[in-house]
Design a protein around this ligand. Structure first.
Ligand SMILES: N[C@@H](CCC[C@H](N)C(=O)O)C(=O)O
Length: 268
């Protein structure tokens, strides 16, 4: 099985080209590939398959030729992955499957438009964030209030007003299962300057990761909400670098580096 490895601000993925949809990608195979000692190691898998051959998103085939079939490191499915979409776009162009410039990608959360800049950055229109109210997360016995933000996938974005570096995110933060029946990605955020925030994230299905695109947008939305703003650009510092989130009142954009670092043959 061919694979390519890539990352967006160190949110890393194993890309599996499967244009004709022939791969039987079980949850246990995904978990084995993502294992950082016995496998390649990654936060998730991006299967590259033609949209028209994927019944769950075939209605997007008129707009997007390729479907980003995203799986978390534990093998679970997720609706959307912001950094994954950017790395997926980089792969499509490098593999000659899409023309550089602007094009659409199918995801479980709907069509997302991506744009490759000459600088090497990849930007994606992430769609309108939906703010669903407030909730609470518990980290190492301490409760934090946060905003529930739906980015196609569920987020609880908590601006904690303190540095996030020392937080223990080795375990899943506590959350209200009534508010998040399918689990949640939890962001802990500190505002460090005008429209500049530092974020750490515990991802549903992957644990703490060094970046999360949907989480960065949810975090910018939470910081904006607290500041009484609805539009503007936020620099979001994550463990793996910095991404830029732009909110325009209608939709949201995520931009940052997306690179491919290796390719090879899997013997699973
Ligand atoms: N890292 C991703 C989000 C991946 C999915 C998430 N773990 C979930 O289960 O919703 C991103 O960059 O958005």
């Amino acid at each position: 099985m061919r694979f390519v490895k890539g990352h967006g601000t160190e949110n890393d993925f194993v890309i599996l080209p499967d244009p004709e949809g022939e791969l039987d990608l079980s949850g246990s195979l995904v978990a084995a590939i993502c294992d950082r000692r016995a496998g390649i190691g990654a936060d998730g898998v991006l299967r590259v398959v033609r949209t028209k051959l994927s019944p769950e998103v075939a209605d997007q085939a008129g707009e997007a030729e390729w479907f980003m079939d995203y799986r978390n490191a534990d093998g679970s499915l997720a609706e959307m992955c912001g950094n994954g979409t950017r790395v997926f776009a980089r792969y499509l162009v490098d593999a000659g499957l899409a023309e550089a410039g602007e094009f659409a990608v199918a995801t479980r959360a709907g069509v997302r438009r991506v744009r490759l800049a000459e600088t090497g950055d990849v930007a994606v229109d992430m769609g309108p964030p939906r703010v669903l109210g407030e909730s609470r997360a518990t980290v190492a016995g301490r409760e934090y209030g946060g905003l529930r933000v739906d980015m196609g996938n569920p987020h609880l974005a908590c601006v904690i007003g303190d540095p996030v570096a020392g937080l223990d995110l080795t375990r899943q933060p506590g959350f209200d299962p009534g508010a998040f029946p399918h689990g949640v990605n939890v962001e802990l955020i500190n505002a460090v300057g005008p429209r500049r925030i530092v974020m750490r994230v515990f991802e549903r299905g992957s644990g703490e990761t060094r970046s999360c695109g949907t989480g960065a947008v949810a975090s910018a939305v939470a910081a904006a909400h607290l500041a009484g703003e609805t539009t503007g650009s936020w620099e979001v510092e994550v463990l793996g670098g910095t991404v830029t989130v732009t909110l325009d009142g209608r939709t949201s954009h995520l931009a940052g580096p997306a690179v491919l670092v290796a390719s090879g043959e899997l013997s699973f």
